[in-house]
Design a protein around this ligand. Structure first.
Ligand code: ZN
Length: 117
């Protein structure tokens, strides 16, 4: 945990390395996206990102946390994709018995890097 300055409201907050905005701002962005996809069920991921100004990594995070509903097609597709990625990751982990542990860890790291999860 480090003290950082929120990119959005410029207030200091404590967070791990990945967070660039504070919890309060994250919640505001979340409400914005949630409202947007409720009103625009046909919007693509690109449109959602452009119209709300919210980075995809946040949207992915909320999808993973199960906070966004699958009413919107783009969100549904993304859910499927993330679910598929989790499955791939699991199969690498299950392979662990057949591999050296070190090797598995490397593979998992590579997987995380490649897919940003
Ligand atoms: Zn903030």
């Amino acid at each position: 945990m480090d003290e950082r300055i929120c990119e959005q409201c410029k207030n200091p907050f404590f967070a791990d390395v990945n967070n660039i905005i504070c919890n309060q701002c994250t919640e505001l962005l979340f409400d914005k996206v949630k409202l947007y996809i409720e009103e625009n069920e046909e919007a693509s991921m690109k449109q959602i990102i452009e119209d709300t100004g919210v980075a995809k990594k946040h949207i992915d995070q909320w999808i993973r946390e199960g906070r966004l509903e699958a009413k919107n097609k783009a969100i549904r597709d993304e859910m499927e994709k993330l679910r598929g990625l989790q499955k791939d990751l699991k199969s690498i982990l299950l392979d662990e018995n057949n591999n050296q542990q070190e090797n598995t860890q490397k593979q998992v790291q590579k997987f995380h890097l490649k897919h940003h999860i």
